[in-house]
Design a protein around this ligand. Structure first.
Ligand code: NAI
Length: 386
């Protein structure tokens, strides 16, 4: 889909169906100005350094660990990804899991397949009127909040940042407040030093007897051994876990977890964001980032670059310059512009501690010559004219 989208904009796209090695990438890339990849293709500093004509890189996935972002930035190459394309997919999975846990769907389904008929209302409940506690009220947490309320759940959440509660949700003062009142606790925090082993026996003990834990965030957030104890002692009525401290690296590897074979425990192979809709959205999001950077110069959404969001359809020539962020560099650039007798229609600048990204709409006779002079400055990393 991303291919069709880019082709409709006039770009030629070649697809490679495997993850090329570093050597193969170095050999392949001279033919291309843009590199799109998935999580298994590693882009080292060498790959970028050996291809100075490379304009931008897009990860058609969520993570960007496979790319040397620092090297890309220092060579003026913005890197894009699609971090929120699967937000809705994760939120929907959690909704399904709350209902499945409340009705012991996983176990009853398995037993029915084995020929056992477990018809009983004991321990089966509706989710309506129950309380959902959300830890991490970001993209997924807040989306879940809205969906859960539409099913009649009450929502309480905790976040380290002050967040606007959506709908009728309430913000808790601390984690304990969320755990103590919730029938379901769902975790939606990123992996950080603070969230590593965030949920231990202490936090699980705060949870109401008979409540359920859901984790579709990162596997390192919950201490699995403590969760096993809370489940085996029947303090928790169940859990749904999509992410694990150690996950198989492929579908061929065996999955082993201490959570296996415990009643009312739903284990899924990190599929929270794995839907066809999310895949489609990832393709569209990265393709659109490429288009905006190549045609307009916008870097909004780039993970390693100062973000500049630019208006469409400028009349003047647009010069894009990436430079090392050091004192005096803007003065040098403006000096060259004034020497060329150019009129600056608009200038946009965004910087971080290492680089500056300067976009200039200029009325000038010979824009290529001026761009060449700007690129010749010793602190210029890359200069492009649109
Ligand atoms: P986000 O960045 O939009 O939201 C995370 C929220 O957690 C933020 O509001 C942040 O302030 C909050 N937070 C950070 N540290 C916290 C702490 N110590 N205590 C409380 N709140 C804290 O992230 P998004 O997109 O909502 O993703 C959440 C998690 O879901 C991430 O870990 C991501 O890796 C995971 N994920 C899992 C998928 C799956 O397939 N299971 C798919 C997509 C995302």
């Amino acid at each position: 889909m991303a291919k069709e989208r880019l082709e409709s904009e006039g770009y030629k796209v070649n697809l490679i169906s495997y993850a090329p090695s570093e050597a193969e990438l170095i050999e392949l890339l001279p033919k291309y100005q843009v590199l799109g990849l998935r999580s298994k293709t590693e882009v080292t500093a060498q790959v970028i350094e050996k291809n100075p004509h490379l304009l931008t890189i897009g990860a058609f996935c969520i993570g960007t660990n496979q790319i040397d972002l620092r090297a890309a930035k220092s060579l003026g190459v913005p890197v894009y990804n699609a971090p929120h394309s699967n937000t809705r997919s994760v939120a929907e999975l959690v909704i399904a899991e709350m209902i499945a846990l409340s009705r012991q769907l996983g176990d009853r389904n398995t037993k029915a397949h084995l020929g056992e008929w477990i018809k009983s209302a004991d321990g089966s409940r509706e989710v309506r009127g129950k309380t959902l506690g959300i830890v991490g009220y970001g993209h997924i947490g807040s989306q879940l909040s809205i969906l859960a309320e539409s099913l009649g759940l009450r929502v309480i959440f905790y976040d380290i940042l002050k967040k606007l509660p959506l709908g009728n949700a309430t913000m808790a003062k601390n984690l304990a407040e969320v755990f103590e009142v919730s029938d379901f606790v769902s975790l939606h925090v990123p992996e950080t030093p603070e969230t590593r082993n965030m949920i231990t026996k202490r936090e699980l003990a705060w949870m109401k007897k008979g409540s359920c834990l859901i984790n579709a965030s990162r596997g390192t957030v919950v201490v699995i051994e403590d969760l096993v104890v809370a489940l085996r002692s029947n303090h928790l009525a169940g859990c749904a876990i999509d992410v694990f401290p150690m996950e198989p690296s492929s579908n061929k590897e065996k999955f082993i977890s201490p959570l296996q074979n415990i009643p009312n425990v739903i284990l899924t192979p990190h599929i929270g964001g794995s839907t066809e809709e999310a895949q489609y959205a990832i393709g569209m999001e990265v393709a659109e980032s490429f288009r905006r950077y190549l045609k307009i110069g916008s870097t909004s959404g780039a993970v390693n670059f100062p973000n500049v969001d630019l208006p469409l359809g400028q009349k003047a020539s647009r010069v894009l310059n990436v430079h090392r962020n050091e004192p005096g560099v803007l003065g040098e650039i403006n000096g060259l512009i004034s020497k060329a007798g150019a009129n600056i229609q608009a200038q946009f600048l965004s910087t971080d501690e290492k680089i500056g990204y300067l976009v200039m709409d200029l009325e000038v006779q010979n824009v290529s010559e001026l761009a060449k002079e700007i690129q010749g400055l010793k602190r210029s990393l890359r200069t492009r004219v649109l």
